[in-house]
Design a binder for this molecule. Structure first.
Ligand SMILES: *[C@@H]1O[C@H](CO)[C@@H](O)[C@H](O)[C@H]1NC(C)=O
Ligand SMILES: *[C@@H]1O[C@H](CO)[C@@H](O)[C@H](O)[C@H]1NC(C)=O
Length: 145
């Protein structure tokens, strides 16, 4: 009889614990992790070793050259200039990267995906047709910028 009276209390505690549960991405443990390719560092975050924060410089967060138009004389009629962690080591773990895409008239950027990524497109000149497919396969959207 004693165990019967304890059971509802256990269920109640379990239900209370479940109502308190939440899930999210873990917080970064540090403000930045400038990527280096050397294994001499002890910290390894997001697939890259972290540069010792004491020797991080402003150049680790600097990239120049996005203002330069690229050559689009290729089969696709487009040229992607990526700025990612390999070119801008300070981006490591910050969850951001960017790209400049030059299009020739009627050029295309082949279908691709960005898992768990958000993309913002700014068209500086001309008109660009962009489509995206959601994980709900019935939904297809094709905004025109
Ligand atoms: C993109 O442009 C750069 C410089 O204009 C050129 O070196 C590179 O080969 C081009 N890439 C493609 C895929 O055409
Ligand atoms: C680190 O490795 C990446 C990928 O192999 C390469 O693109 C990048 O230039 C390297 N960075 C340095 C600073 O050596």
């Amino acid at each position: 009889m004693r165990s019967v009276t304890k059971y509802p209390v256990t269920v109640l505690l379990f239900a209370f614990a479940c109502s308190m549960a939440s899930a999210s991405d873990p917080s970064p443990l540090q403000d930045f992790c400038v990527a280096i390719n050397s294994s001499t560092s002890a910290v390894f975050v997001n697939g890259k070793f972290c540069k010792n924060p004491k020797v991080v410089t402003a150049d680790d967060f600097f990239f120049s050259g996005l203002q330069i138009p690229r050559n689009t004389a290729n089969q696709l009629g487009s040229n992607v200039t990526r700025v990612n962690v390999d070119l801008l080591p300070g981006l490591n773990t910050l969850g951001i990267s960017l790209a400049r895409i030059d299009f020739a008239p009627y050029g295309v950027n082949p279908p691709h995906f960005h898992p768990r990524g958000t993309e913002i497109t700014m068209v500086a000149e001309g008109t660009l047709y962009v489509g995206f497919v959601t994980s709900d396969t019935d939904t297809v959207s094709s905004p025109k910028f």
